[in-house]
Ligand binder design. Structure first.
Ligand code: ADP
Ligand code: MG
Length: 352
């Protein structure tokens, strides 16, 4: 059982969540309170009465079609642009009282085309904010080394220039730079949008792993619902005009889309996407069955992978093996059905 498509490894990558908390974690909650943004001369608002809360240490994905106001929402947070109405609170303090320059030092910001300084080495790029904060050389050098390791790059890469790195490596440096001063909040605007699909999946998985260690509060923007489902603890679905249509966990968005717009946006295959969010070792298997097929599947595989395998053998039950190769039980089509029904009645809603 080696097939791992994007959504399936999502379940695998997320699975360790909740298992480990690192010491000295800094993360702050973020709240949008009735936020309105109207650009001068625009006939309609880019953001309209937007309210939601991201608890400290969670990833909230803003997702929606192009032009729905995702980038605008992000730029309001670090005051690259000013809001027309409402308020945004970081750690329960309104950003209106903060100096924009100070805010930007405190908020990690990652964008699609990284924006590394081409004439500076990787280490100097990463040190941008620490330098502004007046760190000494030794502390900066140690931090660079630590961050490069954290994002999976060798320390000697720090002496290279951005043009000497691949797109995926540059994107990792972008993440490292945003993390340099240990910000309580990270804003990531389509951070992997310009990366080819294979490297993109790798970066997504690495990022989920990294987040399990660093536990930052993260606002992650994408226009890709599959990326949203994979990356988000919660998802905010926006439609044109910056209107929030649904704010919920990936499970609930797939199980109960708030309206036709969301249903269309998540796609007709939302049942399959839900199966891909759960692994076989998270459900209770049948101890014995009649008429099992000859196939076996790893307990680390997802319910969706189990279904694919069943479809090869007339939907017969499949034996589930733990990592040591011992049979843990059987998965049946009824179990898949039950699991979908259960998610529907699950009350784990994140509505603000
Ligand atoms: P998204 O990131 O979801 O694609 P944006 O936040 O970039 O959307 O844009 C939301 C809306 O605001 C769009 O209609 C866009 O044309 C408009 N907009 C964005 N930036 C500006 C600006 N600087 N001046 C005027 N209108 C803008
Ligand atoms: Mg955008």
């Amino acid at each position: 059982m080696t097939n791992t498509d994007q959504s399936d490894s999502a379940a695998a990558a997320k699975a360790g969540r909740g298992s480990k908390a690192t010491a000295n974690v800094t993360a702050a909650p973020l709240e949008f309170r009735n936020v309105v943004k109207r650009y001068p001369g625009a006939p309609t608002a880019a953001i309209n009465d937007l309210s939601f809360t991201v608890p400290a240490g969670e990833v909230c994905v803003l997702v929606g079609p192009s032009g729905c106001g995702k980038t605008t929402a992000m730029r309001l947070v670090n005051r690259m642009i000013d809001m027309t109405g409402g308020s945004i609170l970081i750690d329960e303090k309104t950003i209106g009282q903060r100096q924009p320059a100070e805010l930007r030092r405190e908020i990690g910001y990652v964008i699609q085309h990284v924006g590394l300084f081409p004439h500076l080495t990787i280490n100097n790029n990463i040190s941008t904010v620490p330098k502004l904060l007046g760190w000494d050389r030794k502390r900066m050098a140690a931090r660079c080394e630590e961050l490069l390791e954290l994002v999976g790059l060798p320390a000697e890469m720090g002496r290279r220039y951005p043009s000497q790195l691949s797109g995926g490596q540059r994107q990792r440096v972008g993440v490292a730079r945003a993390l340099a001063a240990d910000p309580p909040l990270m804003l990531m605007d389509e951070p992997f949008g310009a990366i080819d699909p294979i490297n993109r999946e790798r970066l997504q998985n690495e990022f989920l792993r990294l987040q399990r260690e660093i536990r930052k509060t993260i606002v992650f923007v994408t226009h890709d619902i599959d990326e949203a489902i994979k990356m988000g603890d919660r998802i905010a679905i926006l439609r044109e005009g910056g209107e929030l249509v649904q704010f919920d966990t990936p499970h609930r968005i797939l199980a109960e889309p708030a309206d036709d717009f969301v249903a269309q946006f998540v796609g007709a295959d939302r049942g399959l996407k839900r199966l891909a969010l759960t692994r076989l070792d998270e459900i209770e298997l049948k101890a014995s069955v009649d008429g099992a097929g000859g196939q076996t599947i790893s307990s680390k595989a997802t319910l969706r992978e189990a279904l694919s395998l069943m479809m090869i053998e007339e939907l017969r039950p499949v034996a589930v093996l733990d990592p040591d190769g011992n049979r843990r039980g059987y998965v049946t089509i009824e179990l898949l059905n039950q699991s979908l029904r259960r998610a529907r009645t699950d009350t784990g809603t994140g509505a603000a």
